[in-house]
Write a protein that binds this ligand. Structure first.
Ligand code: G
Ligand code: G
Ligand code: MN
Ligand code: NA
Length: 250
């Protein structure tokens, strides 16, 4: 079957699933919250289709505003059942900013009863260069709701450092390719330390993604990263596995 057909049907039936990956504080390794990551079960078998495959298709089909709203609502309804100190991070696609993103987020918060300060929205720079003025207005309006904004995959693509002071970010999530390259080149460590120092000076929270080993965790801690996300702290898991995961960790 065509991926387009699978995506269209799934948006109709709500057949998407969300998995949740823990984000841990670097110092004492407590769980700070989870990032929601979308999965699409393949109707013909056990396989699940990753978001890198189906999100671009949903965007091409113009379905991303609707799918994004479905996922956001689902994630907020799940997060409201967690202990109240835990945060929820949700990825937003640039196409959702062409729609009424502020209304969609306000609605998901109101419907679920999730407190705005527990929600963090992850955006990538592709949003920012599409239409800067519109993006700026919407990010400011989202912040006025009380949610936080994170720049995701920082350091990849066409990152412009000027985005850091022109847009109202609360957090930088440094792309996992940096941590993955630590052993390959000495200069990667320098870059990671510099991003941390810069974030600190700008009062941004800084997160290292893709931490898989104790050595990488130790580096991130030593370099001043506030939090880490990666397989060492935990893999993305279905909603139903979260209570047992928290019980083991706390
Ligand atoms: O879980 P995985 O490593 O396959 O995720 C790959 C990428 O897909 C993530 O970096 C994220 O940016 C994107 N992604 C995952 N879930 C969502 C979602 O619900 N909405 C959007 N827009 N992107 C998502
Ligand atoms: O782009 P974004 O950061 O939103 O996507 C997170 C993606 O990174 C998810 O698809 C998740 O499966 C993947 N991921 C999370 N932790 C690790 C890790 O430690 N190693 C690798 N290789 N991928 C990871
Ligand atoms: Mn993300
Ligand atoms: Na990322």
């Amino acid at each position: 079957i065509l991926l387009r057909t699978i995506v269209r049907d799934a948006v109709e039936t709500g057949a998407f699933e969300l998995h949740y990956q823990p984000i841990c504080s670097t110092g004492d390794r407590t769980i700070l919250g989870f990032e929601a990551l979308a999965r699409l079960p393949d109707p013909s078998g056990q396989r699940t289709i990753p978001p890198s495959d189906f999100i671009p298709v949903a965007e091409t089909m113009g379905l991303m505003p609707r799918l994004g709203a479905l996922l956001l609502n689902d994630a907020c309804r799940t997060a409201v059942t967690w202990p109240a100190h835990l945060t929820l991070a949700v990825n937003l696609s640039p196409q959702q900013f062409g729609d009424n993103i502020v209304g969609t987020v306000a609605d998901a918060l109101a419907t679920s009863g999730l407190s705005p300060h527990r929600l963090e929205l992850e955006v990538t720079e592709s949003l920012l260069f599409a239409n800067e003025d519109v993006a700026m207005q919407q990010l400011n309006a989202l912040k006025a709701l009380g949610v936080r904004i994170a720049m995701d995959d920082f350091g990849t693509g066409y990152s412009s450092l000027s985005y850091l002071w022109r847009f109202p970010f609360d957090k930088l999530k440094v792309d996992r390719s940096f941590i993955a390259s630590l052993d390959a080149a000495d200069s990667v460590g320098v870059v990671l330390r510099t991003i941390s120092a810069m974030s600190d000076a700008m009062a941004l929270t800084v997160v290292a993604e893709g931490v898989e080993t104790e050595a990488q965790h130790a580096f991130a801690k030593n370099a001043g990263y506030d939090a880490v996300q990666g397989y060492l702290c935990g893999r993305p898991m279905p909603r139903d596995d979260i209570p047992a995961f928290l019980a083991r960790r706390c």
